[in-house]
Design a protein around this ligand. Structure first.
Ligand code: DGJ
Length: 572
């Protein structure tokens, strides 16, 4: 059976899908809100960023990159996040070498890939390892963060106009150059710096920092906090209120004494610095620009993570200090992917996943786009995905689980773009311990669960000395061990119809959530693909594959990797 995708999505969206590979117009890439989501607009059309990031040093050699571009394209990646190194771009003060940038734009464009350039300027993972040697070796002119003993560390201080100016000049030169050479808009977005913040201490202890710390909290920040009021991130709100909820005072008077206040102080100062650099770049060429985040963790303190980085609890401070920054983008490597995504999809912040583990990306991608209508999703270290430990042949792109997931998501891209932010699409992420989730979507309630999978029997404990060894426990029969997590992306297509895709094992049952007959039945399920904008139906799944009409299953009976179209009906 065939039916046209145009029945499902507006012509505009359909055109967007086609435009993903062929830049044609001259509109500058920009962000645009759609309901609760934010879309990337490229060549004037919505564009779903199925992205991936290279290893840190890959972009220092065009030769090294040459075989990588086609491999990325074969993985259904459409956008590559790749660094620009200040040290190589401005090896001598005022003398710029853009050959690496130009080479990347040319190669990416030739492979129908877009680029997000990562400005490794003053900071990379808190440290200043990528600053030019002429900056590194002139500590008097370019001051550093100081520790409690007055010693400098390899982190440029935010409390220096020389540091800000040098970085801003270089970044402005980069943006001026991109504007000149990139007429096809291969570069669609910029990341300004990389995971900024002070490492090893909760704040800079230099004399300039101490002086600023003793001053009043700037009025513009206080005004912002008051305006946000109860909408502030709860931890920040609590800290402020616990210190008396004052509207004027020094940092310690407003937020109390301790590392959390030091962190807020650094967040403000990093945000002002990054805003200045960003503004200088945007004055030349106003692409969307974001800052990425090294996330804090439990049982840790500011300084264990870069103190001042736009963590969820100081994102409000950054929003006040860096109005030029369009998004705060988490680098999510922890298993609590959903929790982090939620914390960054608030207060008007577009959800851009700047980095995430490439090992779990094939599962999490369905959740990120389905539940949040994410602007972008980007696994890190993509150039080594499929490389065996210790070397050897790379796994071909078409054998990687990430390729399978990206392939499905790119088929669904026009529909995801159409539905994002409107409440007609959902995403679910489930681990072994998670209870089933109930979602109200369209005119039904969906119960989404992860089937119980058999785990391998643990080996018997060693017998105590002298005892007769216990017989090994028998291995129980059962289905094969499932991947650790499952995900689903579900789109409500109309009153009685859903599209479902995902990864791992998932089971979905339906019950009515609108007036009418009280029982939901499955009229039919078909698996299929979208090819050139048309739904091409494959098997009808009405037997064991859907429990004889009881549910819809992802990952059962060989249907993993297919989109399923579900038609429901109601009866008494
Ligand atoms: C996060 C950083 O932003 C990346 O540049 C890289 O260092 C990864 N961590 C490594 O896991």
């Amino acid at each position: 059976m065939k039916f046209r995708i145009l029945a499902y999505c507006a012509p505009l969206v359909f055109m967007a899908a086609c435009s993903q590979t062929k830049p044609t117009t001259t509109a500058i890439p920009r962000l645009q809100k759609q309901g609760t989501a934010t879309q990337m607009m490229v060549d004037g059309q919505p564009f779903l960023m199925l992205a991936a990031e290279l290893h840190n040093s890959s972009a220092s050699s065009l030769e090294y990159l040459k075989p990588i571009w086609p491999r990325l394209a074969a993985m259904h990646i459409n956008t590559v996040l790749t660094p620009v190194y200040w040290e190589l771009m401005e090896p001598e003060e005022g003398k710029f070498d853009f050959s690496l940038v130009d080479g990347q734009i040319q190669e990416a464009g030739g492979n129908h890939l877009r680029l997000v350039l990562l400005w490794f300027g003053s900071w990379k993972n808190g440290m200043s390892s990528y600053i030019p040697v002429w900056v590194k070796t002139n500590q008097d002119r370019f001051p550093r963060v100081q520790d409690k003993d007055g010693k400098g560390v390899e982190i440029l201080s935010t409390f220096s106009s020389a540091n800000i100016d040098a970085d801003a000049k270089a970044f402005a030169a980069l943006m001026r150059h991109i504007k000149q050479v990139d007429t096809q808009h291969t570069v669609i977005m910029m990341q300004v710096e990389n995971e900024v913040g002070v490492l090893g201490d909760s704040r800079d202890r230099s004399a300039a920092a101490d002086k600023a710390f003793a001053e009043q909290v700037p009025k513009e920040l206080m005004d912002h906090l008051q305006q946000r009021g109860d909408d502030l991130f709860p931890d920040l709100h609590k800290l402020w209120k616990a210190a008396g909820g004052k509207t004027a005072g020094t940092w310690e008077q407003i937020f109390g004494k301790g590392p959390a206040t030091d962190e807020i102080f650094m967040a403000w100062n990093y945000s002002r610095y990054v805003d200045h650099v960003t503004a200088a770049g945007k004055a030349e060429y106003p692409l969307p620009m974001f800052a990425n985040v090294w996330l804090s963790g439990p049982d840790r303190k500011p300084g264990d993570w870069p103190s001042g980085c736009p963590e969820p609890h100081v994102m409000d401070i950054w929003q006040a200090g860096a109005p030029q920054i369009d998004a705060y983008a988490p680098d999510i490597y922890s298993p609590n992917f959903a929790e982090v995504a939620e914390k960054y999809h608030r207060a008007g912040n577009p959800l851009l996943i700047a980095e995430t583990s490439a090992q779990t990306a094939d599962v999490n991608v369905f959740y990120a786009f389905g539940q949040h209508g994410a602007t972008s999703f980007s696994p890190f270290a993509i150039d080594s995905l499929g490389m065996p430990r210790g070397g050897g042949e790379m796994t071909p792109p078409d054998k990687l689980p990430l390729t399978a997931s990206y392939e499905i998501v790119s088929q669904l891209a026009p529909l995801i773009l159409e539905h994002m932010g409107k409440g007609t699409m959902a995403g679910v992420l489930l681990g072994d311990e998670d209870a089933p989730q109930t979602i109200a979507l369209g005119s039904y309630k969906l119960e989404v669960s992860r089937p119980r999978f058999r785990r391998p029997t643990p080996p018997p404990a060693p017998a105590p000395a002298g005892a007769t060894a216990a017989a090994p426990a028998p291995t129980l029969p059962g289905p094969p061990v499932a991947p650790e997590r499952s995900s689903a992306l579900i789109i409500s297509m109309g009153p009685d119809e859903y599209l479902v895709a995902g990864s791992g094992g998932v089971s979905i049952t339906f019950s009515p959530n609108s007036p009418g007959p009280p029982i939901a039945g499955i009229a039919y399920v078909e698996e299929g693909t979208f090819a050139n904008g048309q739904w091409v139906a494959g098997r009808r799944l009405n037997g064991d594959e859907n429990g004889q009409g009881k549910n819809v299953r992802i990952g059962a009976m060989g249907n993993n990797g297919r989109i399923q179209r579900v038609k429901l009906y109601r009866y008494h």
